[in-house]
Write a protein that binds this ligand. Structure first.
Ligand SMILES: [Zn+2]
Length: 264
């Protein structure tokens, strides 16, 4: 599922392909992906305009529409972007297609249609309406603030990291990597973490997300010692050689090493 590093990669992709290209036409093949905007309204807003710049907040990608407002893309469980010239290359699950004057198309692809396309006038108010916390890599989340956020949380640490209203951008896969790197068991109650553990967690959140974003969110390109390429029960822990285990935490399948990440 696209998390902060994946969306950062989509941002780079959009920047290097579809920016500053005049939009001729917008096609939406599945109206269910639209949120708060009709197909007609979206097409009208984009026609003859251009996407000028992009921003990311958590798992959301924003592309500024020349003149006014932002196109908002959320990728759900399986979304991605594709830019191509030949209409035969249009991906099967393209739900929205921007056709440019240069003949190319940018497709928003979402197999399971859990993603969302929308429009907003202002990123900050959009984030506030959705109850999104600050972006995990923004300067707003400094160490003090991070420690404060975990203060008094009785629930387990893994769902806290994934809670988009606390900090935005971390999902199931990267919370596992962060907890593995910090040597913290995913089921540890947040308020049972020592101050040192919380400080370590803060450092690791930034390191893991930045490293993954830099490597195009590709599991095969992660540094040695990352659990991400070993998300399979029984595979070898890249640190201690023990067996990676699977468990359900807050309804989500989680991978961890019981030896490296002991229960408190
Ligand atoms: Zn281990």
């Amino acid at each position: 599922m696209p998390e902060l590093p994946d969306v950062e990669m989509f941002k780079g992709y959009l920047d290097s392909t579809a920016l500053h290209k005049k939009i001729r036409k917008t096609e939406v093949s599945e109206e269910r992906i639209l949120s708060g905007v009709s197909q007609q309204m979206l097409a009208r807003r984009l026609k003859g305009s251009e996407l000028e710049e992009t921003k990311r907040h958590g798992k959301y990608l924003f592309a500024r529409i020349r003149g006014d407002g932002w196109l908002v893309l959320h990728f759900g469980m399986t979304g991605e972007l594709a830019y191509y010239k030949d209409p035969h290359d249009r991906p099967e699950h393209a739900r929205m297609v921007l056709r440019f004057e240069n003949g190319y198309e940018l497709a928003y692809v979402s197999q399971r249609m859990l993603g969302q396309v929308s429009i907003t006038g202002d990123i900050e108010s959009f984030a506030a309406e959705r109850g999104l916390g600050p972006d995990a890599l923004s300067g707003e989340v400094d160490r003090e603030r991070f420690l404060e956020m975990l203060e008094g949380r009785k629930g387990m640490i893994k769902p806290a990291l994934m809670n988009q209203s606390m900090i935005a951008g971390i999902g199931n896969v990267y919370s596992d990597e962060i907890l593995f790197q910090a040597k913290v068991n995913p089921k540890t109650p947040a308020n049972k973490l020592s101050v040192d553990e919380k400080k370590r967690l803060y450092r690791v959140v930034r390191r893991v997300l930045r490293t993954a974003a830099r490597n195009g969110a590709d599991p095969e390109k992660m540094p040695r010692g990352y659990i991400l390429p070993h998300r399979e029960e029984g595979s070898k822990c890249p640190v201690c050689g023990g067996k990676v285990k699977k468990m359900t935490v807050s309804g989500r399948t989680s991978y961890y090493c019981p030896r490296c990440q002991r229960r408190p």
